[in-house]
Write a new protein. Structure first.
Length: 508
């Protein structure tokens, strides 16, 4: 095989891989490529054959074993500590031994699920050309085709839920959202052309995309005609113009830009900032514009505080208007109660009374607990009509008898005013129309089954605050005047997601 016929960038990366001169995320990407790509493995074999041979065969054997263990560890196999690698100029690799060991090592990883391996995608054992890297999880009026430059004889169209392999793709019209199996989402707006390289690497040849990493531990590299963009737990947009000039707009977190035509090694760009890089390597700031880029769907968590009802959770028996506090009727946190154990963690919520006095039953028929959520940081997306509030909760109760109550509920209500103003409005205008939804659950009598309920509220465009309430009802017997209103009714694992639906950008 003639190495000069292959991508020079790949050639250089494999040389650095042999020299152990790659940073961790680059090494991971190379090892993924070696697992997936037979051509890359052949290039590595030839580079190893060209390595300078010095030293003795004992050290060569140690190096070969280290390489075997290194790739096995990458595939999820526990092993002993890997000996350090030597630079290629000092590596002891007898030619035949090196070529054989590397090819055998990669073939084992390529064709066999090693002990302890959990494949991220069932197609991991398929032919490298068919390895699935991403899935179309949303499409709107989209015409996405595999470009002939991917090696296919003719263009092939893809619809929503289709899985995409390595290669070049053109979005002729519409908008798509690609979920990479490495944990990153790309929103792509037409017209655009891109290349899928691995589960954590792609190349944008033209057009606009927005990249969103699922968490701070997810690393994704986006190549452009002028360099590459490495995310640092972030959300950002990239635009490649017809002349190859590239703009990077950071919406959250940070990115590192590596221009290829300049000696400047790294340019860090922070949130609410943007830069433009020309093909000659000139880097200049430009105004940041999030709305100009397509927006992927988002699920914002952690807005509902202390939702696991752990023992340290504070409950207020009063009307509270502070965001993030639990308030309402008499309830308490318990660990184990009447053989009922928490669904998760060490604590769960026990509904006690339908009022504020734990010693005397109230005439009302429901015990409720509420918390305010501040939606104002997401008002722009909500104003576009793209916001949904999704709340789920697990409920349980004791076996009881024929008079044991069985009904639970989740209630969501949005407001365009502050909690203080909303409280006054609910008192003065109790029958005024509001945006709200409830989900009712009639539970079984099996304490071993934590039943799940879910409520979804399409947020009005003026929503600013959300009131989340969970309730236990006296639907069988309203124990007015009794000291005990509920036989043993519990809630746990309350989950809240603010879902922002995807949308195309506005361009310039």
């Amino acid at each position: 095989m003639n190495l000069n016929s292959h991508n020079g960038e790949l050639h250089e990366r494999l040389l650095k891989y042999l020299d152990d001169a790659l940073v961790p995320h680059e090494k991971t990407l190379v090892e993924e490529l070696l697992v997936e790509d037979a051509d890359a493995r052949e290039i590595l074999r030839e580079l190893a054959l060209q390595a300078v041979v010095i030293g003795d065969s004992e050290r060569a054997t140690a190096q070969t074993q280290a390489e075997l263990r290194r790739v096995e560890n990458y595939r999820g196999v526990d092993d002993q500590e890997v000996p350090p690698r030597w630079p290629r100029s000092r590596v002891i690799l007898p030619w035949a031994l090196a070529a054989t060991s590397i090819c055998v090592c990669l073939a084992l990883v390529r064709h066999e699920v090693l002990p302890g391996q959990v494949a991220r995608d069932p197609s991991i054992l398929a032919n490298a050309d068919d390895l699935r890297l991403a899935e179309i999880r949303f499409a709107a009026n989209a015409d996405l085709v595999a470009s002939p430059s991917s090696g296919k004889a003719s263009e092939k169209s893809f619809d929503e839920d289709a899985r995409l392999s390595r290669g070049f793709y053109r979005l002729k019209s519409g908008f798509v959202e690609l979920e990479f199996f490495g944990g990153v989402v790309l929103a792509v707006e037409s017209p655009a052309e891109l290349e899928l390289i691995s589960q954590r690497e792609a190349r944008l040849l033209s057009g606009r995309v927005t990249v969103e990493a699922s968490d701070d531990d997810t690393t994704f590299v986006l190549h452009t005609p002028v360099g590459e963009v490495l995310d640092i737990g972030t959300r950002y947009g990239v635009y490649v113009a017809d002349d190859g000039a590239t703009e990077t707009h950071v919406f959250e977190g940070q990115v590192d830009i590596h221009p290829t035509a300049t000696r400047e090694s790294v340019r860090r760009v922070n949130a609410a900032s943007a830069v433009r890089v020309t093909k000659s390597g000139v880097v200049a700031p430009v105004p940041s514009s999030e709305s100009a880029f397509p927006q992927p769907s988002r699920q914002i968590r952690n807005l509902l505080l202390h939702s696991g009802f752990e023992p340290a959770t504070e409950l207020h028996v009063a009307d509270v208007v502070e965001v993030g506090s639990w308030w309402g009727d008499v309830c308490r946190i318990v660990r184990v109660d009447q053989s009922v154990r928490p669904f998760a963690g060490e604590g769960m919520l026990l509904f006690q009374s339908t009022g504020k006095n734990p010693e005397k039953a109230a005439p009302t028929a429901a015990s409720q607990l509420s918390q305010w959520i501040d939606l104002t940081p997401y008002k722009a997306a909500i104003a576009d009509g793209r916001g949904r509030a999704v709340v789920s909760c697990r409920f349980n109760r004791v076996v009881g008898n024929e008079l044991t109550d069985s009904q639970f509920s989740i209630h969501l209500e949005s407001f365009d005013v502050t909690p203080q103003e909303a409280k006054q409005r609910m008192k003065s205008q109790p029958d005024a129309p509001r945006s709200r939804v409830s989900y009712q659950l009639l539970s079984d009598s099996n304490p071993q089954s934590w039943e799940r309920a879910e409520a979804v509220l399409k947020l009005p465009t003026d929503a600013r605050y959300l009131l989340v309430t969970i309730l236990a009802f006296e639907n069988v017997s309203n124990d007015v005047g009794a000291t005990t209103e509920f036989d043993g009714h519990f809630a746990d694992d309350l989950q809240f997601h603010l879902v922002i639906d995807p949308a195309p950008g506005t361009g310039r």
